[in-house]
Design a protein around this ligand. Structure first.
Ligand code: NDP
Length: 244
């Protein structure tokens, strides 16, 4: 099955490093015109240095007005990947209101903001579109020390279902992928401790964490015309963790 994004413009958020960076690169390889939006300029500069055809935009998506203005200026997109997020570990009893606000702001509210701007232009263009929101297994399962992160990803799933409902009539499909641990910078933050990692690995039937490429492949499929009847799904990429 060959997936092509020829003549498609795709916006990827959080594309400076980790999963988002690889999604941007693979979309480019598949023929897309890619715009990579992220926060740290040096990460984006290195992406642009390696792949000059990928347009880069540095903005803090946690700043509603600045993000809205920056995304609005980029014009029409055929597809969007809402990937940017922050993670942190903190026990429920010591979770601070500041950290709760930070995660809800970047992981959920920024997704709403970017999606509103992009979806309105998709609707105006009357050409449909596809959106993939990067959620997590944390949206469905309790992970120790991840109260705010789990809450934010639960909100991502809920937001996605409503987007699928309300944007579907405009032929805009909206889905999530829900990966298990992937050893990016964010993954290392929560799972570098061998004891914690072993506890998680024991609950994954395939007995390993995921690879970045395994998330990228699922995202490209859901964004593509090959998934033309798939709308509103939450796709685990978790080696069976959520099935048990
Ligand atoms: P990384 O921390 O490696 O990368 C996150 C990216 O998001 C970075 O490029 C970062 O920018 C960007 N970002 C964060 N905050 C902002 C902001 N305020 N404005 C703009 N950009 C921002 O994470 P991953 O690649 O691991 O995660 C990607 C997605 O996958 C996230 O949604 C995450 O929740 C999800 N996920 C990750 C899992 C894992 O184990 N790694 C498991 C399940 C889901 P900067 O360059 O400044 O760091």
């Amino acid at each position: 099955m060959e997936i092509s994004f020829k003549n498609k413009r795709v916006l990827v958020t959080g594309a400076g490093q980790g999963i988002g960076r690889s999604i941007a690169i693979e979309l480019w390889r598949a023929g897309a015109q890619v715009v990579a939006v992220s926060r740290t300029k040096s990460h984006l500069d290195s992406l642009h240095h390696e792949y000059p055809a990928i347009q880069i935009v540095s903005v803090d998506l946690g700043n509603w007005d600045a993000a809205r203005k920056a995304i609005d200026q980029l014009g029409h997109f055929d597809a969007l990947v809402n990937n940017a997020a922050v993670g942190l570990t903190e026990d429920f009893l010591t979770t601070t209101p500041e950290n709760f606000d930070l995660l809800m702001n970047v992981n959920v509210k920024a997704m709403l903001n970017v999606s509103q701007v992009v979806a309105k232009k998709m609707i105006d263009a009357k050409k449909g579109g596809a959106i993939v929101n990067i959620s997590s297994q944390a949206s469905k399962a309790a992970l120790w020390g991840h109260a705010t992160y789990c809450a934010s990803k639960g909100a991502v799933d809920a937001l996605t279902r409503v987007m699928a409902l309300e944007l579907g009539p405009h032929n805009i499909r909206v889905n999530t992928v829900n990966p298990t641990v992937i050893m990016t910078e964010m993954g290392k933050l929560g799972w570098s401790d061998p004891a914690k990692a072993a506890g998680m690995l024991a609950k994954i039937p395939l007995g390993r964490f995921g690879e970045v490429s395994e998330v990228v492949n699922a995202v490209l499929f859901l964004l593509s015309d090959k998934a033309s009847m798939i709308n509103g799904v939450e796709l685990p990429i978790d080696g069976g963790f959520l099935a048990c």
